[in-house]
Design a protein around this ligand. Structure first.
Ligand SMILES: Nc1ncnc2c1ncn2[C@@H]1O[C@H](COP(=O)(O)OP(=O)(O)OP(=O)(O)O)[C@@H](O)[C@H]1O
Ligand SMILES: [Mg+2]
Length: 322
């Protein structure tokens, strides 16, 4: 493993920095639960951004089920992320052009005969390598759940998108992901003892053995051993929630509810970036291997993606590019 990491670091050293001198904005798309539409959203955002004139790279980082190529309607590329992680190719050598102008992708790992594990260290090297590329935007579709690698990629991302659907079981897992994200941020700026004391407190709170009202933010401000600016840092680049598969106004409103619950119980400011309707055309076009935004470019669904993109890119830039 150390050899591979050394090889990756060597490759990273040789990597040219972006020709524009400007590093790309990295958008990480994650979720607490699988199957909520991450890949559909990541690929549709990639298509929307590229249509607005931004050079965009889609990266399939879901090592358990790479399928961005399916949503782009192309066969899986033999050249894939595995070649990077094995130290055989640099990141710019594994980029594949998509059929759409200004949109490229990095094929995920799809060789189930010989699965790979990606360590936190490897994913951070990959992340740094992505930052050297000459794209305006890089959209990362990562696996669901709260692995340390996922939480760290989310922490480092310029835009942090959390996808949920309206199902109660998904909403619960979305809260768990957000809680894990806060704890990950606290842990990186705390002594091990202070962090353990805080976790015990949170556990007691959840089990109902501690009944006094509790504010995470005040606790951090009043106790030694934990960085005071933890919340300022994570609220400065907030998590942005997207509610996918909405079937009613009530579903759409769930995004606002999650936002106020995060504020009340975690002292966390999140943004509600918008909702995407449930639409049969989505799964139908996935079966036909034709992106729904390509098959039906002028629909309310396309408008919903456009308004999420406006949230990610500042509006004047989007108009100028469009
Ligand atoms: N808004 C939507 N309307 C209708 N169907 C949808 C919508 N979003 C996603 N789907 C369908 O839901 C299924 C799961 O979507 P997708 O593969 O994007 O989820 P995922 O979160 O990436 O899953 P995984 O965790 O396995 O990677 C697919 O069949 C997709 O076509
Ligand atoms: Mg997926």
């Amino acid at each position: 493993m150390n050899n591979v990491v050394a090889e990756l670091n060597k490759k990273l050293g040789k990597q040219k920095t972006s020709s524009s001198g400007k590093s790309p904005k990295i958008i990480v798309v994650c979720s607490g639960k699988g199957g909520v539409g991450k890949t559909f959203i990541a690929s549709s955002l990639g298509i929307t951004l590229s249509r607005q004139g931004f050079s965009t790279l889609l990266v399939d980082m879901d090592i358990s089920g790479a399928n961005i190529h399916t949503y782009l309607g192309v066969p899986p590329s033999l050249l894939n992320i595995r070649h990077f992680f094995e130290g055989k190719k640099s990141v710019d050598e594994i980029i594949v052009k998509s059929p759409m102008t200004k949109l490229s992708f990095i094929q995920g790992f799809w060789d189930s005969w010989n699965p790979i594990e990606i360590s936190l260290e490897q994913s951070m090297i990959f992340f740094k390598a992505l930052k050297t590329l000459s794209f305006d935007y890089i959209v990362l579709d990562i696996s669901s759940g709260q692995s340390i690698a996922n939480l760290e990629m989310l922490r480092r991302a310029d835009e942090k998108l959390v996808i949920t659907d309206p199902e109660p079981s998904t909403i619960e897992r979305t809260y768990r992901l957000m809680e894990a994200y806060i704890c990950h941020a606290i842990k990186s700026g705390a002594t091990p003892e202070s962090y353990q004391t805080l976790i015990q407190l949170l556990r007691d709170q959840r089990h109902g053995t501690r009944t006094e009202p509790f504010s995470l933010k005040s606790y951090i401000n009043e106790h030694e051993g934990i960085q005071k600016n933890t919340f300022a840092d994570i609220n400065h680049h907030p998590l942005k929630l997207i509610l996918n598969g909405s079937r009613s106004h009530l579903d759409q409103d769930l995004g606002h509810c999650v936002k106020s619950v995060c504020r009340k119980y975690f002292d966390l400011n999140i943004e509600y970036a918008g909702s995407i309707d449930f639409n049969n055309a989505v799964w139908q076009s996935a079966r036909k291997r034709e992106p729904v935004l390509v098959a039906q470019p002028f629909t309310p669904l396309a408008g919903q993606f456009m308004s999420i993109c406006k949230n990610l890119v500042n509006a004047p830039t989007l108009r100028a590019a469009g």
